[in-house]
Design a binder for this molecule. Structure first.
Ligand code: DLZ
Length: 213
């Protein structure tokens, strides 16, 4: 394979057109500098792949632990709403919760205010990216949250049939996380923004899911 890399995302076997895609980004707010860089990186690559700005829906939650629940609600809320005949599975409190999850623009990077053309903040989405940054502290908290979030996000994509890209950094130090968000401060440069890889993966998986269905 040409251009093979040891680490990182190698180029896809073919190019994918994201112009018909609608992509959900759900991100945690903990470790904001890193999160902002990762979200900007993902958005930039989505746009490069042809995803329209109005078809990128960005929602925030407090921390990474909240990512699986919010991602599931936002993906499946749309499936409930998009069916005229199906009875609503959302009760009032769940609907309120979905509405309370905040819409926001990316700060610090590409300035966008994602407003889906349909006005809907829930799906249908071609793919989703869940972005968080967990940094190890002195207790077992890190291990428990990493485990719960990883399994939770896997469950969401298998249950909903919508690909969910795993955009959660699990770093042992601040510098590891900064390097992986492309905002490193070490002698070897700024590192690589993994958010860009997640944007590319979202379009690739979205296109393949359409192809395979
Ligand atoms: C509580 C906590 C801690 C200590 N560290 C992080 C972190 O590094 N990254 C992150 O995304 N969230 C962290 N949180 C918050 C939890 O994910 C969660 O929001 C709270 O436990 C409330 O459920």
């Amino acid at each position: 394979m040409a251009d093979a890399t040891i680490k990182g995302l190698p180029p896809p076997p073919k190019s994918y057109d994201g112009s018909s895609h609608r992509v959900l980004i759900v991100h945690a707010r903990w470790n904001a500098t890193i999160i902002d860089a990762l979200v900007s990186g993902a958005v930039n690559k989505l746009k490069e792949q042809g995803v329209k700005e109005e078809n990128i829906v960005i929602k925030s939650v407090p921390g990474s632990y909240e990512l699986p629940f919010a991602t599931k609600q936002l993906i499946s809320g749309a499936q409930v709403q998009s069916s005229n005949s199906a009875p609503s599975l959302l009760n009032a409190s769940t609907t309120n919760l979905v509405n309370l999850l905040s819409n926001e623009a990316v700060s610090g990077g590409a300035s966008i205010t994602p407003t889906p053309a349909s006005g809907a903040s829930t799906g249908p989405f071609t793919s989703a990216i869940a972005i968080g940054c967990l940094i190890k502290g002195s207790t077992m908290h890190f291990e428990y949250i990493c485990d719960a979030v990883t399994h939770g996000l896997m469950k969401v994509q298998l249950e909903t049939g919508t690909p969910v890209i795993f955009g959660v950094l699990t770093a042992l130090t601040d510098d590891q996380a900064l390097d992986r968000a492309g905002v490193g401060r070490g002698p070897n440069g700024k590192g690589h923004n993994h958010g860009e890889d997640w944007g590319l993966a979202a379009v690739e998986l979205g296109a393949q899911t359409i192809e395979w269905s």
